[in-house]
Design a protein around this ligand. Structure first.
Ligand code: UDP
Length: 322
């Protein structure tokens, strides 16, 4: 297959590129390298460009295409930042994705796999969330992703663009080679921050211990990037036989609190992990845990990284090499 990975020099995108390349697909990466890194794109062809430049997106579709599918990871994805700078989120995540869709229409591309998020659920009314739960995001990041899910439904009806939106819970871990992994600056995500604290690189803060959860810290469902890549690959096949716009949750169905992640990371690393308690972070819901049975059933998704200590260990192996 010939696949365009928008945002393929980022954390999840780079694992996708590697996954496709290991299976022999031709891959073009389109990335502005704002938060991504050139080396993460591996041996794929890299076109440096921005989805905010409609001409650049259309040019890559014409010059490197036709593509069997586009996988679109380009986005701003930090909940806290989206609260303080919503314009950045609506511009990149909404306008940018509309540019991608318009370029697809102009060039006759009809299949898109889109990165969505558990943040579309807001503060869920049930402990474990399936896709029938209402979308009611509580921060601009979640709203920007939900808007595009709605756009995708309309584009499927009107323009015959088939799409799968994958609602990731908390992406974590790194490729087993230790060669690629999560590399954000500044880093805001829990597992890399816990591991940085284990290495003595930066102090760890726990944002809130007064949530309505058993130990007072937030509960999340951590899903390995390799399993996310597998799901995108399956989604491309699915689009071949399923027109329309589809949404799927991707998570393991197990919730871990911030304190449980710290304890697991202590076991994995054998290090003390000191932390300070800090106030709640804006926009964080208390608990997000996936029911991903639809993805298992419809896509045939089989997550392989179901043990949170293995997930943390893979991130640890990557971080120790750097
Ligand atoms: N968190 C924390 N300290 C950190 C980073 C995150 O306590 O340095 C908490 C955060 O408030 C949330 C959970 O860990 O409850 C997961 O946050 P992360 O940013 O990794 O992912 P998100 O759920 O925001 O997508």
């Amino acid at each position: 297959m010939n696949i365009l990975v928008l945002g393929g020099a980022g954390y999840i995108g780079s694992h996708m590129v590697r996954y496709l390349r290991e299976r022999g697909d031709r891959v073009t990466v389109f990335d502005n390298l704002a938060t991504g890194h050139r080396f993460l794109a591996g041996d794929a062809r890299l076109v440096v460009g921005d989805i905010l430049d409609p001409g650049a997106v259309e040019a890559v579709l014409r010059q490197e295409g036709p593509f069997d599918a586009l996988i679109h990871f380009c986005a701003r994805s930090l909940v806290g930042e989206s609260v303080t700078d919503p314009a950045l989120y609506y511009r990149n995540n909404v306008t940018g994705t509309l540019n991608v869709l318009e370029a697809m229409r102009a060039t006759g591309h009809r299949r898109l796999v889109f990165s969505s998020t558990a943040a579309v659920y807001g503060v869920p009314q049930v402990p474990v969330i399936d896709e029938s739960q209402p979308a009611a995001p509580i921060n601009p990041y979640g709203r920007s992703k939900r808007m595009i899910e709605q756009v995708l439904a309309d584009y499927a009806t009107a323009y015959d663009i088939a799409s799968v939106a994958l609602r990731y819970f908390n992406a974590a871990g790194a490729h087993p080679s230790g060669e690629i992994g999560e590399l954000h600056e500044p880093e805001t995500h829990l597992i890399p921050n816990v591991l940085r604290a284990a290495l003595g690189l930066a102090p760890l803060k726990v944002f809130g211990n007064d949530y309505p959860t058993p130990d007072g810290s937030c509960i999340r469902d951590y899903v390995h990037v390799e399993d996310l890549a597998q799901a995108h690959h399956l989604a491309i096949d699915y689009l071949g036989t399923h027109p329309g716009a589809h949404v799927f949750n991707l998570g393991n169905g197990n919730g871990f609190s911030v304190f449980e992640i710290i304890a697991a990371a202590r076991r994995v690393t054998g290090k003390e992990i000191p932390y300070d308690l800090a106030p709640r972070r804006a926009g964080d819901p208390p608990q997000l845990v996936a029911d991903a049975s639809r993805a298992r059933r419809e896509l045939g998704w089989q997550p392989r990284w179901t043990d949170v200590e293995r997930i943390i260990d893979s991130a640890w192996q990557f971080m120790r090499r750097r």
